[in-house]
Design a protein around this ligand. Structure first.
Ligand code: G1P
Length: 219
């Protein structure tokens, strides 16, 4: 999905015991050998084409689970001063073009910060970051604020943040303060909420189907 959106450099923030994740994106000699022996040229080309170029994939470990905002902050040296995307891998999105590509197309017109967005049941607002909406054309939503996991009676809308973000590096100034939010965690939503007065914030109702792989049913 990131590749589809034109992204070439990818940084994984991972944790102990998850080395298989990076192995997956490395060269697979055994697989290539077997495909060669079987004369499976098409699959061999496919495998070779998905390989990243040297230096395009790197990673760090979040040593303690201090929250999504902290995980993103762990990537600050890699991102430096450029706009960047965040993909939360537990939100699997099936769509063509990919969700991030859809967002990139909108970003080219709006700039600022953009998240993928979806309406959720009012009773589920306390599972998500929720947008405080000022403008809504049915596809693109402009937000004047964001709240992380509000209870239904306090939620400003039922439009939620799905795990795809296109962000400006200014968010690191706020993440660096390491302030705790909902659930005692350092929240990306809170850091983004502090930028909305300066940087336009949009939610895109993307086309596609999302599976929340953090829940058994979604998985
Ligand atoms: C995170 C974010 C939340 C967002 C959600 C999307 O929550 O903090 O704002 O709506 O991802 O999946 P988590 O699922 O880590 O609790």
């Amino acid at each position: 999905e990131a590749r589809d959106a034109g992204i070439e450099e990818i940084f994984f923030v991972t944790g102990r015991g998850k080395t298989v994740l990076l192995d997956h994106f490395d060269q697979s000699f055994e697989l290539e050998q077997i495909l060669k022996e079987r004369g499976s040229e098409n699959n061999l080309t496919l495998v070779k084409n998905v390989m990243s170029k040297p230096g395009q994939i790197s990673s760090t470990r979040q040593q303690k689970p201090l929250g999504l905002g902290h995980a993103v902050w762990c990537a600050r040296h890699f991102v430096a001063n450029d706009p960047f995307a965040v993909l939360l891998a537990d939100d699997l999105i099936l769509s063509k073009p990919g969700c991030l590509k859809q967002m990139m197309d909108v970003y080219n017109k709006t700039g600022g910060n953009i998240v993928a967005s979806e309406e959720v049941l009012p009773e589920h607002t306390n599972r998500y970051g929720i947008l405080d909406v000022v403008e809504d054309d049915g596809v693109l939503v402009k937000a004047k604020g964001l709240v992380e996991k509000p209870e239904p009676d306090k939620a400003p809308s039922n439009l939620c943040i799905i795990g795809r973000y296109l962000l400006q590096p200014e968010v690191f100034d706020h993440l660096g303060k390491q302030e705790q939010g909902a659930g005692g965690e350092i929240q990306l939503t809170d850091a983004l909420a502090k930028t909305v007065k300066k940087i336009p914030f949009h939610g895109l109702r993307f086309e596609g189907t999302r599976f929340d792989c953090g829940s058994k049913l979604g998985f």
